[in-house]
Ligand binder design. Structure first.
Ligand code: HDE
Length: 696
């Protein structure tokens, strides 16, 4: 038990990290130096005469520039581009039988949370829609310390041993001589490494799928990836895999769309998260657990310690146990999102590691990288990283120490009694599971990790035909960016161990003679398909989605209002795009404000579009290249298109009037508008894409 002296000597962190120290003068609006000295002139440096040399004496100038010069900290070596938000985790089903972790005991209990989503390969300023894995890192401020579940939106990883991490990251990042390509995997170095590392092939299937192009953070799953252990009050262990499932379903964009979104709005994902929270459409995920015992682990086809494998939900169901809600944006990006330090080693009593060699390696890396990035060992003093429960220990001093205990005693054991500070707590303290280990010290990959293709095949065959096409297209695109034909061929040689038709069609797309299959350590198993691995087999809804309404002057006011009402009813949002940002003057004389001028709001930014133009307006739109792209892209991306008759000249010029299908809905009445928005719940009219491919 901590003594009163120690408890009082740490101030409770505020948690939002956004508070700023305000001096009395700042509160009255007076600009000051960092020392609190009021500043008289912030426009001119001190100099000799109005046109003379500057004076070193100008402490305000020097302090201001000095501080500016040091505003940046090193960006993360991976996951540099990210976006964070605050929220809470609420337990809906107690896990007290399998874990003593405090946050999993009492149903209804809420635990504060901070979440950071990220891309992996790109630097801090790279675009959001890169084809990449997304980080899904969750910090839970529990009553017994911080638990960081540092996951991804893909349940498996490229490599089996942490010692290969620097290699895969070097291979995917810009080449060291030229420093390009940025935020892309479509280049020789990446595919060279992959083609020589068959354990990566399962993850490659995911990364080539639409999972790597999420529509927003709100519509993607999260996974803890590794097998962890839960430990109950009796000290018994249960294996666990963690899953986050988005409440509003899964959704991704198409590659051609992603490329255009990156140009139109490189901040697409962060803006979406910001807007959703500000609009009080709080993003929500269900936490699910796959629980299993040693018996299952021993009987499973793969090794549960191999992070390149998942456990199909059909074999171990995902049980929902709680929900994660993000309901507060950060107050200050740097203070929170940039300074947040996730460490896989941050676990709490009742949660323990498994021997997964990737996880074991990560436990070293995260703490180590934070020291470099945040400049010293005291990053737990930064509010976003500080536990919200009492923190009492004898670690002291170092750069920027903000929480400094009072009193004389800074060691233990000591004999200072109540003044002596905190003591170990064998009953309450973190228990490490007493796993028995008796082995020879070796550098060896276990035999049980040797099957590299069976789950890659499982993933591919679990996809719908549209999703399989996207994987094929992605492989052809990426490998076409490789300059060396031998690398292309080596990748195809692995695909032959996954699925013959996939390999054949990729080879065809590359105009490549089919190579011999790569030598496989294990024959590929024919596993039954698993529907949860597909995005499109999940239920869909228009809730939380965005309709783009392209309007012109004199457009039918009533129809537009019906559309807007239907969008609201569906729990979705809309944005108006018009020829002028000042808005459109509708048929009833009212002005409809616009959020975007045509060109600034291309259809790639919306989940579905409606074009409501007057006759004259439709002819004007037909002359505008950006408006034509708006319509033709929406069509090419299989979006639902609602159109009033006035829009026909535009559809004509956009080259789609002849091909209008069931996904293109003519709207002229109130009922049409409602029916159109209901149809949008299907999100995409995918048969359009397959029809195009079959035609071809
Ligand atoms: Fe990471 N990873 N990682 N990683 N990772 C980092 O830590 C590392 C891995 C993940 O929003 C770094 O704070 C190694 C798997 C996320 O701040 C670094 C290995 C998974 C984030 C690091 C892995 C992840 C990181 C860089 C191979 C999914 C962003 C900055 C063993 C389960 C966290 C930092 C944030 C960040 C190392 C593999 C997820 C260098 C050595 C597998 C979401 O420490």
């Amino acid at each position: 038990m901590a003594s009163a002296q120690f408890e009082n000597s740490y101030s409770e962190p505020q948690g939002n990290g956004g508070e700023t120290h305000q001096t009395a003068t700042q509160q009255t609006g007076v600009l000051t130096t960092q020392q609190g000295v009021p500043v008289a002139d912030d426009q001119n440096t001190l100099r000799i005469g109005a046109r003379g040399p500057a004076l070193l004496e100008d402490f305000h100038f020097r302090e201001k520039i000095f501080h500016f010069d040091h505003e940046r900290i090193p960006e993360r070596v991976v996951h540099a581009r990210g976006y964070g938000a605050n929220g809470f985790f609420e337990l809906t089903k107690s896990l007290s039988k399998v874990t003593r972790a405090d946050l999993f005991q009492r149903e209804g209990d809420r635990t504060p949370a901070f979440v950071r989503f990220s891309t992996v390969a790109g630097s801090k300023g790279s675009p959001d829609l890169a084809r990449d894995v997304r980080g899904f890192a969750v910090k839970l401020y529990t009553n017994e310390g911080n638990w960081d579940l540092v996951g991804n939106n893909i349940p498996v990883f490229f490599i089996q041993d942490a010692i290969k991490f620097p290699d895969i990251i070097h291979a995917v990042k810009p080449a060291p001589d030229r420093d390009f390509p940025q935020a892309q995997s479509a280049h020789d170095n990446f595919w060279d490494f992959i083609s020589l590392t068959p354990e990566s092939l399962h993850m490659i299937m995911w990364v080539m799928s639409d999972r790597a192009l999420p529509r927003s953070f709100r519509f993607m799953e999260g996974f803890g990836v590794h097998t962890f252990r839960l430990i109950n009050a009796k000290g018994e262990s249960t294996f666990v895999k963690f899953h986050w499932k988005p409440k509003l379903g899964l959704q991704s964009v198409m590659w051609n769309e992603a490329v255009k979104i990156n140009g139109a709005d490189p901040d697409f994902h962060r803006r979406d998260l910001w807007d959703a929270i500000k609009g009080e459409n709080f993003p929500e995920w269900e936490l699910g657990v796959q629980l299993f015992d040693q018996k299952f682990a021993d009987s499973f086809e793969f090794d549960v310690l191999d992070a390149t494998k998942l456990i199909p939900e059909e074999q171990v169901p995902v049980e929902p146990v709680g929900r994660l809600v993000l309901d507060r944006t950060v107050d200050n990006f740097f203070a929170e999102t940039e300074q947040v330090a996730f460490c896989t080693q941050n676990v709490v009593p009742g949660i323990d590691f498994s021997d997964d060699p990737l996880l074991q390696g990560r436990n070293f890396s995260y703490l180590d990288t934070q020291l470099k990035r945040l400049g010293g060992p005291n990053f737990t003093h930064i509010p976003v990283n500080a536990p919200r429960c009492p923190m009492t220990h004898f670690q002291q001093d170092g750069h920027m120490a903000m929480k400094n205990p009072k009193g004389r005693v800074n060691y233990e054991p000591n004999s200072w009694g109540a003044m002596g500070g905190p003591r170990e707590a064998p009953d309450k303290g973190f228990p490490t599971f007493a796993a028995e280990v008796s082995e020879t010290k070796v550098r060896l990959r276990p035999e049980s990790f040797a099957d590299h293709y069976s789950q890659a095949r499982l993933f591919f065959l679990s996809q719908t035909p549209v999703e399989q096409k996207h994987i094929r297209d992605a492989l052809v695109f990426e490998l076409s960016k490789c300059e060396r034909p031998d690398i292309r061929a080596r990748v195809v040689s692995h695909l032959l161990n996954i699925d013959d038709s996939l390999a054949a069609r990729v080879a065809e797309g590359l105009r490549l003679d089919l190579p011999e299959p790569a030598k496989a350590a294990r024959p590929t198993l024919r596993l039954p398909a698993s529907d949860p691995l597909s995005i499109l087999k999940h239920p869909t809804s228009f809730e939380g989605r965005k309709l783009g309404i392209l309007v012109t002057d004199d457009a039918n006011a009533e129809l537009i209002r019906s559309l807007i009402a239907a969008v609201g009813k569906a729990g979705a949002v809309y944005e108006v795009i018009a020829p002028h940002i000042g808005g459109a003057i509708l048929s009833d004389g009212s002005t409809l404000p616009a959020a975007q001028k045509i060109g600034g709001g291309p259809s790639v930014l919306y989940d579905a579009v409606a074009i409501v133009a007057s006759d004259a307006g439709g002819h004007e739109l037909a002359k505008d290249a950006a408006a034509r792209d708006f319509a033709s892209d929406a069509f090419a991306h299989c979006k639902f298109i609602g159109y009033a008759d006035g829009a026909l000249p535009l559809l004509q010029k956009a080259g789609i009037a002849e091909s209008l299908d069931e996904g293109c809905v003519s709207i002229s009445t109130d009922a049409d508008a409602a029916a159109f928005v209901e149809t949008c719940a299907k999100l995409r009219h995918w048969v359009r894409e397959l029809a195009v491919e079959l035609d071809a």
